[in-house]
Design a protein around this ligand. Sequence first.
Ligand SMILES: NC(=O)c1ccc[n+]([C@@H]2O[C@H](COP(=O)([O-])OP(=O)(O)OC[C@H]3O[C@@H](n4cnc5c(N)ncnc54)[C@H](OP(=O)(O)O)[C@@H]3O)[C@@H](O)[C@H]2O)c1
Length: 272
Amino acid sequence: MTTAKSIEQRFSLSGRVALVTGGARGIGEMIAQGLLCAGARVYITSRKQEDLDQKVAELSQSGECIGLLADVSSSEGINALVASFAEREQQLDILINNAGKTWGAPLETFPESAWDDVMTINVKAPFLLIQALLPSMRQGATPEQPRHIVNIGSVAGIVKDGIRAYSYQASKAAIHHLTGILAKELVKDHINVNAIVPGSFPSKMTAGITRTEEQKSALQSTIPMGRMGEPDDIANLAIYICSSTYMTGAVVPIDGGAVLGNTIGYESFWGG
Ligand SMILES: NC(=O)c1ccc[n+]([C@@H]2O[C@H](COP(=O)([O-])OP(=O)(O)OC[C@H]3O[C@@H](n4cnc5c(N)ncnc54)[C@H](OP(=O)(O)O)[C@@H]3O)[C@@H](O)[C@H]2O)c1
């Protein structure tokens, strides 16, 4: 028999501290807003001070939001982010590894640099950030109040469609796999590690493939539910994962059934 609990008691993130990389736009912003509405204090990062200031002002209407300037493309950038977080907080409850990059080009001309850049931002940076933040996540974690690492993967890391984003697709499959490896290792520390696997959501990353109405409807027609994701779709899943105590190592699609359709619905991401 379950105890009667209010929605607030079940899903509240009140008193929790969250860090969302790339939280100033796109999917990161959608998740940051969800966590704020659930009561968390949310740190968002951006490489651009102006974007950060503007987004912090907007998101602060939903709760306590703090901006941190950060570039995660180097270990120096990651260490600087961790240092500025540590100046403000001793403990981190929720880490959302959202910052990401893509590149598309034909097989014959796909540049080597697109392997270095994409794998660095999408795989190496989440790993280094987790490594550097472990002490502040381990602190005070209990089975009743575990810490949460949520890596943002992609349907592109599951479906084998050739969208000519070779390093991107491989990087997302890698982050899904890394999620399980870290979940297994960190379960003893009461740190739950899960991955959210978005289908198609409107953002700067998908703007190029949804520019015209024709492109948009071509993409939507390949999604079993016939539409792209909306902010609440992904925010609600993030709130659920971050308020749950019994879930780790899960790689969870939120995609309108795109994985079932086994197609991504566009030919390529051209450029980054
Ligand atoms: N949109 C989709 O349909 C979709 C589908 C599946 C997965 N995803 C994943 O969702 C995540 C967010 O993507 P999005 O769609 O919201 O695209 P987006 O609008 O292009 O966002 C990319 C984010 O990554 C950050 N970022 C990029 N390089 C960075 C760096 N060197 N250091 C720090 N931050 C960096 C950007 O921050 P600043 O530019 O502000 O610094 C921005 O917030 C990515 O991991 C992406 O692969 C998206």
